[in-house]
Design a protein around this ligand. Structure first.
Ligand code: 4NP
Length: 161
């Protein structure tokens, strides 16, 4: 089992979008049983809240189902995870502060797996939820390709399938 935590600030826009997009991609490749996928926020500000409406709408428009309630990330969760995928440099700083600098080898910016490494622009400020969805989809797709290659033996995955 490969455990993945997607992390943003509030856990109501970017990281739940990434969680639901990645779950769908993993299901479509027949790998759902090999992954434990969750999302969390570095802040407790939005705890208990559902996915922010404009983010939920963009997901729906792209055929991505599912719901989520915001939860704050804990140090224990980071210690137990295989991969912690943050949306931007500010999230990276906050997660490393939470761990006291531990676990840096498994904490990555989601779009660092793409040919054009970058932050996922925060739609809370840009209001461009479509752009955030596009960045997140590309990041998830490139991350999944990386995982499938890196853990090919464990996933029993044959790329000819
Ligand atoms: P998220 O978006 O980190 O992608 O969930 C935000 C949600 C709330 C706030 C900022 C970003 N906020 O400042 O309340």
């Amino acid at each position: 089992m490969i455990s993945v935590i997607f992390v943003c600030l509030g856990n109501i826009c970017r990281s739940p979008m990434a969680e639901l997009v990645f779950k769908k991609m993993v299901e479509e490749r027949g790998l759902a049983n090999s992954f434990d996928i969750v999302s969390r926020g570095t802040s407790d500000e939005e705890e208990g809240n559902p996915v922010y409406y404009p983010a939920a709408r963009v997901l729906r428009e792209h055929g991505v189902d599912g719901t989520h309630r915001a939860l704050q990330l804990t140090k224990k969760e980071v210690l137990n995870a295989d991969y912690v995928l943050v949306m931007d440099s500010s999230n990276l700083f906050d997660v490393l502060r939470l761990t006291g600098g531990q676990c840096s080898e498994k904490i990555f910016k989601l779009c660092s797996f793409t040919p054009r490494p970058r932050d996922v622009a925060d739609p809370w400020y840009t209001r461009d939820f479509e752009k955030a969805f596009s960045d997140i989809s590309e990041g998830c797709s490139c991350f999944l390709d990386y995982i499938v290659e890196k853990h090919a033996d464990m996933l029993g995955y044959d790329s000819r399938h």
